[in-house]
Design a protein around this ligand. Structure first.
Ligand code: NAD
Length: 422
């Protein structure tokens, strides 16, 4: 637990996830034993991974896999490679996956994994050996019916291919549905890479309908220009929105007339950063959070909107592309100021939804065209948004509490139906 409980700026992801759970569960009047079952992870595995480095030395890395809940189906969640990966962070992300899958109504529980490492300092060979050893050490706890990993920060389709191959070598047959987010030619789904950003767009469209905002011409600001932020910015721009500012880890750019996202993508692929893009002004990176706009999309990191800066946010809608960008205290400030927040477990759930489509396609061995994937995604995201909105209106609460209430109730209902095996 963090020693800095009074400051939400220092709250750990797990503390934040627990506070969100407690607030929503408190409104549901749940039996104490059930609360414990729903709150705690059902299984947490820590593995020590000795890896031979390119220079012949051995280095020992630590890996984690946490399965939070499997009441609704196999555990599901990404794998993160980052120096800050810890049991605490992985546990929070695993719990969010349980609620995310329940909000969109797909038949999965929640899990998350990670390895504490700096992938930027590892060669391709070291990364492959680390991934294969991690998979081999988790061989009994993952599987198409058990727990299905996917990419997260610093992991990609290639890493999923190595996991799939290692698992298949042990199973003695090819088993594509053990992971999602794979290369298309190895059982991946069309539309999977774009799905988290597309889901962000789809929930923004619904929010604009509800808040009577015309998305065509709406001023948007996007923090982060990676997989989620980059795709969300591009699709918003294609929908007629004006992207007036964008940031990445290195800096931020501003153009009140709207940024041409296709041209920006080309600039970023050549230079590696958004700064320096022709026709835009460079601004201080974190100042984009204070700028006036209709829609703000935090799509980079956790804990960026806190009690320290929530009063400066001047957006009508905050659409959480990232996981955990807003602390519980900041939520209250945004709510009191009438800012409509589309919570992460709803807003960025397009990724896991298309992961579910990938798992289904792998298991039936028949692959859908991209427009079919996108059509089904749109149906699920629009329904999830309106299900959450209904709970929010009925209970006079914000969208985050409503999303948690809906998700917790769905998991609780199946847990009670299954009964407790004691
Ligand atoms: P990514 O690594 O592709 O992109 C992250 C982007 O954020 C990069 O452009 C980076 O430069 C930028 N960034 C980092 N620190 C920043 C800072 N301080 N200020 C501004 N920009 C900064 O990662 P991603 O896959 O796009 O994930 C982003 C977030 O979305 C994470 O919270 C992740 O958990 C969440 N998410 C990802 C997926 C997915 O499938 N990739 C799905 C759901 C949620």
């Amino acid at each position: 637990m963090s020693p800095h409980k009074s400051s939400d700026i220092r709250l750990s992801a797990l503390e934040n996830a627990m506070m969100q759970f407690d607030e929503a569960a408190g409104m549901l009047n749940i039996d104490k034993t059930m609360l414990e079952i729903l709150k705690q992870p059902r299984r947490a595995v820590i593995v020590k991974l000795p890896i031979q480095m390119d220079d012949g030395r051995f280095e020992v890395f630590t890996g984690f896999r946490v399965q939070h809940n499997i009441a609704r189906g196999p555990a599901k969640g990404g794998i993160r490679y980052h120096p800050d990966v810890s049991l605490d962070e992985v546990s929070a992300l695993a719990a969010w996956m349980t609620w995310k899958c329940a909000v969109v109504g797909i038949p999965f529980g929640g899990a998350k994994g990670g390895i504490a490492c700096d992938p930027g300092k590892l060669s391709r060979g070291e990364l492959e050996r680390l991934t294969r050893r991690y998979t081999a050490d988790l061989i009994e706890v993952i599987g198409p019916e058990i727990d299905v990993p996917a990419p997260d920060v610093n992991t990609d389709a290639q890493i999923m291919a190595w996991i799939m191959d290692t698992y298949s070598m042990h199973a003695r047959h090819t088993e594509t549905s053990v992971v999602t987010g794979k290369p298309i030619d190895l059982g991946g789904s069309l539309g999977r890479r774009e799905a988290p950003g597309r889901g962000v767009l789809l929930t923004i469209r619904e929010a604009c309908k509800y808040k009577n905002i015309d998305l065509n011409g709406a001023r948007c600001i996007v923090q982060g220009f990676g997989n989620v932020g980059g795709v969300a910015a591009e699709l918003l721009w294609q929908d007629g929105a004006k992207i007036i500012a964008i940031s990445d880890v290195f800096g931020a750019i501003h153009d009140p007339g709207g940024i041409d996202i296709t041209a920006l993508k080309k600039h970023v692929s050549e230079t590696g950063k958004v700064a320096g893009f022709e026709g835009t002004a460079e601004i201080v990176r974190d100042d984009i959070l204070k700028m006036k706009c209709d829609i703000l999309v935090p799509a980079a990191l956790e804990n960026v909107i806190t009690s320290k800066n929530a009063r400066n946010i001047k957006a009508k809608i905050v659409a959480e592309g990232a996981n955990g960008p807003t602390t519980t205290n900041a939520d209250k400030i945004l709510e009191s100021r009438g800012i409509f927040v589309i919570p992460d477990i709803l807003c960025n759930s397009g990724g896991v939804t298309v992961s579910y489509f990938e798992w289904v396609q792998d298991r039936i061995g028949y692959f859908w065209p991209e427009d079919e994937v996108n059509r089904r995604l749109e149906l699920i995201m629009a329904k999830a948004f309106n299900d959450v909105l209904e709970v929010a209106i009925e209970n006079k609460c914000n969208m985050r509490i409503a999303a948690f209430m809906l998700a917790i109730k769905r998991v609780l209902d199946v847990t009670l139906m299954r009964g407790v095996y004691a």
